[in-house]
Unconditional design. Structure first.
Length: 370
């Protein structure tokens, strides 16, 4: 029996990657649970922690014993024993002593065996879940290629199959992480961003997204060799999924144009990313350590005449030509909003004529005060 058990555990480790030591521990817990199942109707729950199981990791030999207290009035047979019975195990025992009693696991019966079996099966499931969680935890902040298996007709959530073989698992792409108006169909291969792996009792939960800025960042890292080798860096990214993204890049090599590297020959690199994002517009901005220059670049494609930083160091006033005002602000304020996210600055945009009027008014007021 022990040989069969050890062979089964060896096969389990080989086929599923579940360590023998882990399963031996689960079997020990199962045997203890089986013992408790026999006495649970009569025993006090607090008195069932006196069962100990040891399994030899080499031979699989199982040694199981309970520690019982010697008493003349046995109220809990799982934890107490009469003096005459205790004398069979230790002739010199006295009232109040503890006696170690070997337990024959084969006498537990059908109910106990079922209890042990359920615990072992649960142990296998938990181990598999843990292995899947570990596998995907190493892929956090990466892009995964999943297969759309079904779409919830009621809530619109998309269920994807991720991984392969024994590491295969399901993940849910909720509506909140889907790009508005993006068409997704069953049987489609879909790239998603793995934002986080959460562990819970039901197994690992994959937090995946199609709207996360990290998806665009990783697409550029995969598409642009200069980003992969470190000669081009992504400094900042701002995204309104499905509509537009602004990405700020810089170069660590003066001979490499960061924008040109991201655009690629004839625009092929950025075009591939736009196709993956189903037509989302992408503005590639040259990053600058100078916040004034960075803000001006971030408002592209609008021309900027003047950037005046605020006293708080987190805001600025920007002047643009009158005919560039709508371009600087963008449709429904999108260009200005993305520029603010990209730079981390609050941006107040004014047309040149208004800025000139304000400057003249300020000058006149100053003259009066003098």
């Amino acid at each position: 029996m022990n040989a069969e058990l050890m062979q089964a555990l060896a096969d389990l480790e080989k086929e599923k990657g579940i360590k023998k030591e882990y399963m031996l521990d689960r079997i020990a817990q199962a045997l203890a649970a089986a013992y408790k199942a026999i006495y649970k109707k009569d025993a006090q729950s607090a008195a069932l922690d006196n069962v100990f199981v040891n399994i030899d990791p080499d031979t699989g030999a199982i040694a199981m014993h309970a520690v019982k207290t010697v008493t003349e009035d046995v109220q809990n047979p799982a934890a107490e024993i009469l003096p005459e019975e205790a004398a069979q195990y230790s002739p010199r025992t006295q009232l109040g002593d503890e006696v170690r009693i070997e337990i024959d696991a084969s006498k537990f019966g059908r109910i106990a065996t079922q209890t042990a079996k359920q615990v072992i099966i649960q142990g296998i499931r938990e181990a598999e879940r843990g292995m899947i969680a570990d596998e995907f935890a190493s892929k956090e902040h990466e892009i995964l290629n999943g297969l759309v298996t079904r779409i919830d007709p009621r809530y619109g959530s998309v269920i994807l199959e991720l991984g392969s073989g024994r590491d295969k698992t399901e993940a849910v792409l909720p509506v909140s992480e889907q790009v508005k108006n993006e068409q997704i169909q069953e049987g489609q291969r879909l790239k998603v961003y793995l934002a986080e792996v959460r562990r819970n009792v039901k197994g690992p939960q994959m937090v995946i997204s199609r709207t996360h800025p990290g998806l665009v960042k990783r697409l550029f890292e995969l598409e642009v060799p200069e980003i992969y080798d470190g000669s081009v860096m992504i400094n900042s990214i701002a995204r309104e999924a499905g509509s537009r993204t602004k990405i700020a890049v810089s170069s660590t090599d003066e001979n490499v144009d960061p924008i040109g590297a991201c655009v690629g020959p004839r625009g092929a690199r950025v075009a591939g990313i736009v196709d993956e994002l189903q037509g989302e517009k992408i503005d590639i901005i040259k990053y600058s350590e100078d916040p004034v220059q960075f803000v001006a670049e971030a408002l592209s494609p609008a021309d900027v005449l003047l950037v005046t930083p605020g006293a708080d160091g987190k805001s600025c006033s920007v002047v643009v030509p009158d005919d560039q005002l709508s371009l600087a602000i963008g449709k429904e304020g999108q260009n200005a909003r993305l520029a603010a996210k990209l730079t981390g600055w609050k941006i107040d945009i004014k047309p040149q004529s208004q800025a000139l009027e304000q400057a003249l008014a300020d000058a006149a007021q100053q003259a009066e005060e003098e």
